[in-house]
Design a protein. Structure first.
Length: 112
């Protein structure tokens, strides 16, 4: 008993009644509207699924919560903090001296 299925023959039988113009030269508004409506409903189902998933996650408060690992304590390095604050203090001091000192600019018109 040989059970082989010819997929191309099945596809031809399925598409035989759907399309009377295989080259698609003539206008078929029913085919075009069917495509638009099927696309709309496919997009509607996808968006409904996404919104349902988001709604359930928000209801369970699982969307924005993160699992925290409490086994390892956070180690604070004071030396690195002092180094970073020293860098920013030096930048602030340079900024203040740049604001208060007057620059000596040469006027190109007076050079003639």
């Amino acid at each position: 008993m040989n059970l082989t299925i010819d997929i191309h023959a099945l596809a031809k039988k399925f598409k035989a009644g759907q399309d009377r113009d295989p080259q698609r030269h003539a206008l078929h508004p029913h085919r075009d509207w069917r495509t638009v409506v099927l696309g709309f409903f496919a997009l509607l189902l996808i968006l409904a699924g996404v919104h349902t998933y988001i709604f359930i996650q928000l209801n369970n408060e699982a969307l924005f919560s993160q699992a925290t690992n409490q086994s390892a304590p956070i180690i604070f390095n004071k030396d690195k903090l002092f180094d970073v604050t020293a860098i920013y203090d030096a930048r602030a001091e340079a900024f203040q001296t740049g604001q208060t000192t007057k620059l000596q600019v040469v006027d190109p018109i007076k050079m003639r």
